[in-house]
Design a protein around this ligand. Sequence first.
Ligand SMILES: O=C(O)C(=O)C[C@]1(C(=O)O)C=C[C@@H](O)C=C1
Length: 286
Amino acid sequence: MEKKLAFLGPHGTFSEEAARALTAGQRFQHLPYPSIIDVISAVAEGKVDYGVVPIENTIEGTVNSALDWLIHEVDLPILAELALPISQHLLIARREEPLQLSSIQRILSHPHAIAQCHNFIREHLPQATIEYTNSTAKAAQIVSEHPEEAWAAIGTRLNPEIYPLSFAAQEIQDYSNNYTRFLLIGTEPLDMPLCPKEKTTILVTMPEDFPGALYQVLAAFAWRKINLSKIESRPTKKGLGSYYFVIDIEQKMDDVLLPGAFAEIEALGCQVRQLGTYPSYLYKTT
Ligand SMILES: O=C(O)C(=O)C[C@]1(C(=O)O)C=C[C@@H](O)C=C1
């Protein structure tokens, strides 16, 4: 039977590109959901088998809504990740008369996409107000439906193939080496192509008032020569100054090294929750 996979819709988001790349060659029904939280909830509630959500961008950092929902609201393993190159474009509704950049009154997009283009907006569109949408493709859809308005969307190069839009400016992100990491989540393991890079992600909760706790947690990895690629603190939401640490480890779960490190961390009075051990793909442009 065809498996169902939720992505951030409508059609044409970066999330959809990532979802299709992660499931290439497999039979899947890809279903758009209106927000990142809706995608994760659809998987947790069993409405779909899998979901794909953005988790981190080169320029703007962590997608907090995705990370926090995965930590606080659900218990779904990470099954794979994909780093997708991201190019942002300024899109306007197709019209008879050309629209000058200086006449654009409103820019619509996902907050992360807007944040990736701050310099361009300040330089070329200082007069425009910003309106946040749930996704880049949602902004593209709204702008295409209002050709009478001097509005522009920031979105993907594929959006003009789906919605009646044209490019007002291309490649407008502030830094060229722009990537977003996407996570595949789901309860059932999935057959994935072989991957040279594997990762494990854990959530560490520290005991209160333990001087040097983080130093000792990191030491458990350091002396075993285990590489970490990311460490991020997120609020536990239980009080000011109370944080979890989300740690990305550059290897898959094994029988010796990682269990040893986790036991050492737990012996300090910390809690360790495994969020997943998974292949880490890099999107190859053809
Ligand atoms: O709006 C989209 O197209 C998304 O897939 C969301 C999202 C994000 O949340 O970071 C994904 C990639 C880009 O970094 C900008 C937006």
